[in-house]
Design a protein around this ligand. Structure first.
Ligand code: ADP
Length: 249
């Protein structure tokens, strides 16, 4: 709970000045008198600030103070649409195909929608990076598959959201580290190493599991498994409030 408060406090404090820095960088690069060199410095400032903004966004997504403390029922369609709305154009530009298969008759999923969307976005972004690293141009295999299905576990209905790619998978030597905060195999411009650790945190907070089905040399599939009734989130909130259910409303 304290870490959540701290993370959201820091994230909000950092967000405003960073936005200011990015605005000024833009003003500099657009000012008529700016030389090529100055413009280059300004775009470097912008790039580095974007990086800070990404880290802050991830911290906010992880912290519980993001405005939606409780879980609410929503549909898997809405979650997937919400996650893709931000990234669809980028995928098209990279010539990455997208296929979405949602099983019929899925129950609603009780969750913090923003957070689960963030998880899907992180997974799709990773799939995209892996595909772009493997295929520079169009390729039949350059596609991301998103699947949603339900299953029973210990008499409860769960929902599994899978994001799969054929971007070569995760090398065996790297697998033990991928969920570590700040672990990345990408260049400084590309990776913060927070995507999977934040996603893992969010899914665990929901009482679910985030798993990797890896085929080194072929591709990776990340499965997000969540109890459909949101009972994981509720249980954790009760723990956090010392078991006092009157604070639940
Ligand atoms: P980042 O994407 O910023 O590097 P992540 O925590 O999201 O941070 O991922 C950590 C590492 O896990 C990546 O740098 C990459 O090596 C590996 N990884 C994650 N997703 C995939 C994927 N779909 N295919 C191959 N490797 C992956």
């Amino acid at each position: 709970e304290s870490i959540g408060t701290l993370a959201s406090g820091v994230a909000h404090e950092i967000n405003n000045p960073v936005q200011g820095i990015m605005n000024y960088a833009e003003l500099i690069s657009e000012s008529p008198g700016a030389s090529v060199e100055i413009r280059e410095y300004a775009s470097e400032i912008d790039r580095e600030s974007q990086r800070v903004a990404t880290i802050v966004r991830n911290m906010l997504a992880f912290s519980r103070q993001e405005g939606e403390r409780g879980a609410r029922p929503t549909t898997v369609q809405k979650i997937i649409e919400g996650a893709l709305s931000l990234i669809r154009t980028v995928l098209r530009k990279d010539q990455i195909g997208l296929s979405i298969a949602i099983a019929e008759g899925l129950p609603e999923l009780c969750c913090r929608q923003q957070q689960i969307q963030q998880v899907l976005m992180n997974l799709v972004t990773n799939a995209r990076d892996a595909l772009n690293a493997r295929f520079s141009d169009f390729d039949e295999r350059k596609r991301i598959e998103i699947r949603a299905e339900s299953f029973l576990r210990e008499d409860r209905t769960w929902i599994r959201l899978s994001v799969c790619d054929q971007g070569g998978g995760v090398p065996d030597s790297v697998v033990p580290q991928i969920f570590d905060p700040f672990f990345t195999t990408k260049g400084r411009d590309q990776g913060t190493g927070l995507g999977l650790s934040v996603s893992h945190g969010i899914v665990t907070e929901h009482g679910g599991e985030l798993q990797l089905e890896n085929r080194p040399g072929v591709g990776a599939c990340f499965d997000v498994e969540l109890p459909a009734d949101g009972s994981g989130v509720e249980a954790r909130r009760r723990e956090a409030s010392g078991g006092d259910e009157s604070e639940e409303s």
